[in-house]
Design a protein around this ligand. Sequence first.
Ligand code: 8OZ
Length: 367
Amino acid sequence: MAHSKESNVTDLFSPARFGTLDLANRIVMSSLTRNRAGVGNVPTPLMAEYYRQRASAGLILTEATPICAEGHGYPRTPGIHTPEQVEGWKPVTDAVHGAGGKIAVQLWHVGRISHPDLQPGGILPVAPSAIRPAGQVFTGQTMKDYVTPRALLLSEIPGVVESYAQAARHAMDAGFDGVEIHAGNGYLLDQFLRTSTNQRNDAYGGSKENRARLLLEVLEAVCKAIGHDRVGLRLSPVTPFNDISDENPQDTFEYVVGQLNPLKLAFLDLLQGTGGAPREQWIPFDYDRLRTLYTGNLIRNNGYDFETAQQAVTSGAADAIAFGRLLLANPDLVERLRRGAPLNALDYDTLYSGEEKGYTDYPFLAG
Ligand code: 8OZ
């Protein structure tokens, strides 16, 4: 189905304004972990090329980017906590801006999804509670079992909040248009939100109000640091990725989303479904209810194709749709969808790690 220019319906190709961010269209590039940062977890010139190639998307969300040394849990993920990393991001944001795009950095702390081998000085990873994730972690050399993390002390929580605010200020120094707080996929903020990973007895555990407290403090601090209209949030109410679950996700996430409205964030990026599983296998969850509760801009994410994405935007179910795999394999996805052109297939063999093969070598449409 080709796009009709005459239509005055808001569709995927319509511009949008999310806070201070002017989007040329409503096709958003989802955050995608690559594991190809340089020495010191510094962004590389290939990363500038990779994001520049995809700048025709209305908004790029970068690969997940640790806010502090303790926030790392995977090899070669680019940070935003050292001066070298901040410098390394500048050519990336320049490249995207030079190509007319917008880019927000996804701010990340992995919490317990790490290993002493990936931590500064070989310390234990931190988490809301000392609960070991099932499974194994790639430390850069081999796979190792996850370890039991250390529960954050109450007195350490303000420092975690400040790390997010500091990273957001670094993001502004690096030239980003905004930030997205990663509170999904079983990482630190999600570990506080969901019941399986949070068994604290203090003001940050127990009730949904307490479990959401850290996230809301982080959002408030980041909004104060760089302005609410540059701040987005990623949530993923039911993904079991990283061995996480919630006794009542509908209740937890309706509460969280209800608390967001006064913050007037630039956007909420809602990862629907259950990891890469097909729709039929998704844990049931009423995402439309969150749409009703949330008064801001909603990006929906996961498993959309052109038809279902168009339908979501034209019907008002979403303000934008994020694409991951499709934008990875098709740097010019916007143009391909506009023209109804065929799509490149994703090369799963070149995902994660490596150098110039994969990511930056997908063909553009001729002409
Ligand atoms: C895949 C591999 C490693 C990390 C996420 C940051 O799920 C990730 C991630 C995904 O949010």
